[in-house]
Design a protein around this ligand. Structure first.
Ligand code: PLP
Length: 293
């Protein structure tokens, strides 16, 4: 297991890797305020709020839904991290970004927009770096993996891992477990990942060699949709906690691990296959979903 739940920034997660590049870009463009959207329990938004806190940028989070009576999980942490929260009703994928950015501009501010999940070519570079990191770790441990499996939702992790494995010549299949039923914007999810890979050509020309057909995405585990917890996630969370002492989350890593468990049971993952499960974080959401667990 690759422990991106331990990356730091107010309880960790995979977005830290993207934010290294995104916040650097914001600072180099002399932005003074950062905007990013997400679901109410978005780990990406909480990590963005933390990254803004340590770099002195004002942070605006556009979160779906309406303000709950009691803030819990990531939402609670956002309060401590000093983020300005806009509740955007049914819009949890950034539909109101431009409107709020324009309001800030009209007030004389210099806004920097981070897209859903930090998933663009700049953010995804963090996962090219991540493959380099893993490559060194595998060499030091004399290990190799047939597949790298992880929760895939806004596409930056998968795009970065796919480009990174080519750059660092790591021969593992990259398999995303889709978390969400819908696409992003008006694009189906696989095409959205391909779009990010396409944009990465400007940093990494080898990205141009990756075809949309080579993007491996398993859509079997989306269940009743984003954040709807079922027995499969409950089983995965309990099994991994009680046997490994590792906490998964109900939305992403619990669902991805439930997929891995099911693939093993069905024989889609064979006994001799070596799997690296990329733990992408999400621990604070565990508490917010207490009633469903
Ligand atoms: C954002 C997130 C993911 C998905 O990563 P993407 O790059 O958005 O596909 C997976 N797990 C957790 C815990 C996340 O917060």
């Amino acid at each position: 297991m690759k422990r991106d739940d331990l990356t730091g920034l107010a309880s960790g997660g995979n977005k830290v890797r993207k934010l290294e590049h995104l916040i650097q870009d914001a600072l180099s463009k002399k932005a003074d305020v950062v905007l990013t959207p997400g679901a109410q329990q978005s780990n990406h938004c909480r990590q963005t709020a933390a990254a803004c806190a340590i770099t002195g940028l004002e942070c605006h989070l556009l979160l779906g839904g309406t303000e709950p009576e009691i803030a819990n999980g990531n939402l609670l942490l956002n309060k401590f991290l000093g983020a300005n929260i806009h509740f955007t009703g049914p819009e949890r994928k950034g539909e109101s970004l431009l409107r709020i950015a324009t309001e800030l501009k009209d007030a004389g501010r210099r806004p920097y927009i981070i897209p859903l999940g930090g998933s663009n070519a700049i953010g995804a570079r963090g996962f090219v770096d991540a493959v380099g990191e893993v490559k060194v770790q595998l060499e030091n441990l004399s290990l190799s993996f047939d597949r790298i499996i992880f929760a895939s939702s806004s596409g930056g992790t998968q795009a970065g891992l796919m480009v990174g494995t080519r750059i660092h010549n790591l021969r593992s299949q990259i398999l995303g477990i889709a978390i969400d039923k819908g696409g992003i914007g008006n694009r189906p999810f696989r095409d959205h990942i391909a779009d990010i890979i396409g944009e990465m050509k400007s940093f990494h020309p080898v990205a141009g060699e990756i075809s949309v057909d080579s993007i491996e995405l398993n859509n079997d585990y989306v269940g009743s949709g984003y954040g709807v917890v079922s027995d499969a996630e409950r089983e995965a969370i309990s099994l991994v906690a009680s046997t490994e002492g590792v906490l998964l989350d109900p939305v992403y890593t619990g669902r991805a691990m439930a997929g891995v468990i099911d693939m093993i049971r069905k024989g889609d993952i064979k006994g001799n296959e070596k799997i690296l499960f990329w733990h992408t974080g999400g621990t604070p959401a565990l508490f917010a979903y207490a009633a469903d667990l």
